[in-house]
Design a binder for this molecule. Structure first.
Ligand code: SF4
Length: 116
């Protein structure tokens, strides 16, 4: 089961994400090419765009169900809340809107334990 605390920072903000269990098998990128992409440097998948259409939603769900190591998660609102709690040097934990790693790349993502 994917762990929100171990999501790759490359994932775009939102419900779907890939965590560090990914073995780079390519299945999700073939199943949902509009949403999953390969990080060529690190050799793993990440979500570069959340589903925008019902078809993409279906493809992302299928990718999550088919991932051989359960590295894909659908954290729902929790995922958005998680990225919103990234420590930002400008606004700290008072962040009210979701941030992605690309919004604030110099700041590490808090672990699930730190969030509580
Ligand atoms: S299907 Fe799972 S293991 Fe395969 S590339 Fe996608 S996230 Fe990684």
């Amino acid at each position: 089961m994917a762990d929100l605390a171990n999501r790759f920072p490359e994932n775009v903000s939102g419900r779907y994400y890939v965590d560090d269990q990914c073995i780079d098998c390519d299945l999700c990128r073939q199943t949902a090419p509009n949403n999953f992409k390969r990080d060529e440097q690190s050799g793993h998948s990440f979500v570069f765009q959340q589903p925008q259409t019902p078809d993409e939603e279906t493809e992302c769900e299928e990718a999550m169900q088919s991932c051989p190591v359960e590295a894909i998660g659908n954290g729902g609102d929790l995922a958005a809340a998680f990225v919103a709690r990234q420590a930002c040097p400008t606004v700290g934990l008072r962040v009210a809107v979701p941030l992605s790693a690309s919004d604030c790349p110099s700041v590490p993502v808090l672990t699930g334990q730190q969030m509580s």
